[in-house]
Design a protein around this ligand. Sequence first.
Ligand code: COA
Length: 322
Amino acid sequence: MIYSKISGTGSYLPEKTLTNHDLEAMVDTNHDWIMARTGIAERHIAAEDEFTCDLAEKASRLAIEDAGVTASDIDLIIVATTTADQVFPSTACLLQERLGISGPPAFDVQAVCAGFMFALDVADKFIRTGTARCALVVGAETFSRIIDWSDRRTCILFGDGGGAVVLQANDAPGVYSTHLHSDGRHKDLLCVPSGVSRNYEAVKAGTAFTTMEGGEVFKWAVKAMSDLVEETLKANDMHKDDLDWLIPHQANVRIINAVGRRVGFDPDKVIATVGHHGNTSAASVPLALDESIRNGTIKSGQLILLEGFGGGFTWGSALVRV
Ligand code: COA
């Protein structure tokens, strides 16, 4: 039996930070309100000439180095992003060229903030079926480009970043299981209601921005990510005490805490890095994973439940041993 296993991780945050105090000068808000409602103190914003593929490349190079492989070993590239550099080619193809790889499949997946979970699921299936042996799976976003910086309801939440893992074939899991869900009935609760095919006027006018029903999204995110914990544990005949860590989508500390409470999880075992980078959408889970491994919080051999939730709605999880 072939399984997949994460053999290396990497992440990157743009240099420029935007603090809550900086936001006070831009919209009618204040640091205390943002901290109390979201737990976010600052977010990173890509430079004008810095694009999603740049963040993806930096995170990928670190993951490749950490895995001890070379670019020529990589036989699959999947990039999860909502904010592709170009309409086409895919950001995965742009990344492939940067890394000097040619031939193996490279493509993007779009599941917004759950994107990394969808990409990991697909890569795991490629490896389990013997179609690939060494996949580069990336979540990268320049979400700041689709934010209305005069809208205090959304601009306090998001930031830019990239995270990557190398996923390799292995005799033992690795990835125990993945679980994906979508429900397009909620398409209007969290969206950018314009694109190249529809309402292109907004794109041309530079007003293709994220809109959100915050309260509704909050409720759904908590429910979906709590249910995912139960579903994932049940599928593996495990109990929450078997887990070393829970890494929920890094959207908001209140959502993360609410999920932890709802599933009765020890708060000390729930990873929250959102406070210093905000919601980086598809980058959020691999960023939190990489940071927690590199700072020694997560140790080799530990069992982690990763989960994402995003616009669509989309939501997904993976149970992994690192
Ligand atoms: N600063 C100060 N006040 C703000 C504000 C801001 N940045 N944003 C909204 N407010 C005001 C509102 O206008 C409202 O004022 P009113 O009572 O006079 O009308 C008040 O604060 C409460 O607003 P409300 O929207 O009810 O706050 P909330 O407790 O629901 O918190 C969010 C708002 C956005 C923080 C919260 O709904 C949330 O986190 N939602 C999930 C968002 C998310 O994670 N999305 C991505 C998922 S992938």
